[in-house]
Write a protein that binds this ligand. Structure first.
Ligand code: ATP
Ligand code: MG
Length: 263
């Protein structure tokens, strides 16, 4: 005898990947994107008409002075803020059409985000912080914890798996935040100054991991102030006053590095 079963799927999150992406479609596409804060004389144009595509396998570095719009670009690309105009398309979907729940589901499933200030949850251990987004997305607790420990191992941090954020150094917190962004094969990895709190050796190791993740098929966008780290990217995008003023291949960033080294 059948009890009442609702005909709609009980899944709380809408399915997002019904239509396969064309092979050469970008994982992330920003189309004429603007973001304006405030009105009248307080109006700030944080972004003014950004066009940017990032394909699978690509790592793009974003550089520019403080206040040029780097974090704004990243938060919009990750669906954490809403554009004033223009479109953010992730894996072929214009995120403005997905609704709040849809964007949240897309973020959990497809977007790894490293915040400029880490954003770890203080009441959770390192391993729990990494496992949480996966558990929220329906992965079993056991599998999520196993993945979390593997991600910590990749970051050489297994020894702090059971520590809370206030028991970690800044660099350790940053690496836990990176592990959280990389766990679970997300297609788009967005990192806002992921090396800010790291010594240069650890910074290079983190960049190698990001690079490796992109080589395996993710698309990455990383904000950095350091030409040394930008040199790991395929392309460098320079922002000034909310606009892209230049784009170069990272070989040109190598020459920036040479200039810096000569100083
Ligand atoms: N909530 C807000 N209200 C008003 N202005 C804002 C807000 N958020 C950002 N801005 C402004 O938008 C501009 C871009 O800020 P954003 O944080 O993107 O810069 P950034 O390039 O990441 O700088 P930094 O290198 O210092 O992190 C700045 O002028 C900033 O003051
Ligand atoms: Mg910033």
């Amino acid at each position: 005898m059948s009890s009442h079963v609702p005909s709609a799927s009980p899944s709380p999150t809408p399915r997002l990947s019904a239509a396969p992406l064309p092979v050469d479609a970008p994982v992330l596409e920003l189309r004429d994107l603007t973001r304006t804060h405030g009105t009248g004389i307080a109006e700030v144009h944080a972004l003014r008409g950004i066009n940017l595509s990032v394909h699978t396998g690509e790592l793009v570095a974003v550089m520019g002075p403080s206040g040029s719009g780097k974090s704004t670009l990243l938060t919009l690309a990750g669906g954490l803020d809403t554009a004033s105009s223009g479109q953010v398309v992730i894996e072929g979907q214009d995120i403005s059409t997905l609704g709040r729940k849809g964007v949240a589901a897309l973020r959990r499933r497809s977007v790894g985000y490293v915040f400029q200030d880490y954003n770890l949850i203080p009441a959770l251990t390192a391993a729990e912080n990494i496992a949480l987004p996966r558990e929220l997305d329906g992965v079993s607790v056991r599998k999520a914890r196993k993945e979390a420990r593997a991600a910590l191992e990749e970051m050489d941090l297994l020894q702090i798996a059971d520590r809370f954020p206030d028991e970690m150094s800044g660099g350790q917190q940053q690496r836990v935040a990176i592990a959280r962004a990389l766990v679970g094969d997300r297609r788009l990895v967005l990192a806002d100054e992921p090396t800010g709190a790291l010594d240069s050796e650890t910074g290079e190791a983190v960049l190698a991991l990001l690079r490796n993740r992109c080589d395996q098929g993710a698309a990455g966008v990383m904000v950095t102030h350091e030409p040394r780290y930008a040199a790991w990217a395929d392309r460098v995008v320079f922002l000034r006053d909310g606009s892209i003023v230049d784009q170069t291949l990272s070989t040109a960033a190598d020459s920036l590095l040479a200039v810096e080294g000569a100083e």
